[in-house]
Ligand binder design. Sequence first.
Ligand code: DOR
Length: 437
Amino acid sequence: MSNNYTFILKNGLCFINGKLLKTDLGILNNKIIKIGDIKENSQNIYDASEKVILPGIIDTQVHFREPGSTNAEDLESGSRAAVLGGVTSLFEMPNTNPPTSNLTEFNKKLKAAKNRMHSNYAFYFGATPQNTDQLSDLKGLEGCCGIKLFAGSSTGNLLVDKESDIEKVISNSNRIVSIHSEDEDIIRLRKKFIKKGDVHSHPEWRNVECAMSSTRRVVKIAERYEKKIHVLHVTTKEEVEFLAMHKKNVTFETTPQHLTMYAPDCYNQLGTYAQMNPPLRTKEHYDKLWNAIKNDIVDVLGSDHAPHTKEEKNREYPNSPSGMPGVQTIFPIMINHVNTGKLSLSQLVKLMCENPCKIFGIKNKGFIKEGYDADLTIVDMEKEVTIKDNMIASKCGWTPFNNYKVKGFPVGTVVNGILVMSDGKILINSKGKPLNF
Ligand code: DOR
């Protein structure tokens, strides 16, 4: 028995240099040290024949609820859901209670995550009108993926809505600023379009211009100051057309929800469970988002995992909160879209592995390469699963994809060289570490 490897994956179809290559992977501790035929033995061998092995999937937008609403989610439960869905790393948002908008709260979150998270992780630092002068000091901050700016209000109380404050945040920051891009003035003005008890009015209230007006504004500011911004959960055809022409300083995300559901059907079927910000919109927007995926205009996918309890979601609209869980389903939903031919495997790997590393500067991840971290998502491309609420590990206990059938499913998740999930079971606890940038 040789001790050269702590873990060997045999005969997998590994995604390497844009292609699937049948090979073995030799891992020593948390690193991939050999790609190729491996004759030696190891105490830990995974037979990956017939399986596709991808670089670990990264979800660049989740909201766990710790501190604050840990009845809906905490760092442990959310990251458990992540690895069950094949996600090896995630970026968590600062709209907790209290918000993660100063170093004390940031360090508390980092401490709370230590030895409790199943996936690797990084946290956003929340911008406020009061902390703009601290944003230039975040360069080496351990476990920080960037700065989050809510230009429009959503769950929690983080908000930077005045143009002069948005400008201060973007111009002062030395990390990428990721933006929830809705125009708060328009949100306020259009409250009259809210129809009590009718969630179909959600996209009328927070309409296309609400998103577009904010996106135009933040892109202009980023260009003026030569700063990098990242527009989160883009939902409109108009923003896609605009952003496609402004790629120099700007990257953007869309979500599997916006690529899988559209109005009015989603509201007919799910009611307030389909309510999120920015909203699910009509098919023309969905079609344009797909067109942008096909043409490699979208940069990353994020689940915008936003758990709320059923009790909260059952409230009458608009008292029902916005958001839906997704960290466990982002990969199954998207790999199914690969199987149905809506995007290629190589596009999915760019969106969920390579681009997050390039855009945010995550070190040593995103590729299956010798010397890189051994974060891997093992996929059975033939496995058919009907997603059910009772499979969901998130404390909220539901998914907007209840009864949705997928072909292609994560059957193994390797985090830092350790198989933490196999066939839907967590094998070992809490091997996640903060990401390095
Ligand atoms: O619908 C949403 N819910 N959108 C957001 O941006 C925040 C999220 C949440 O945290 O609930």
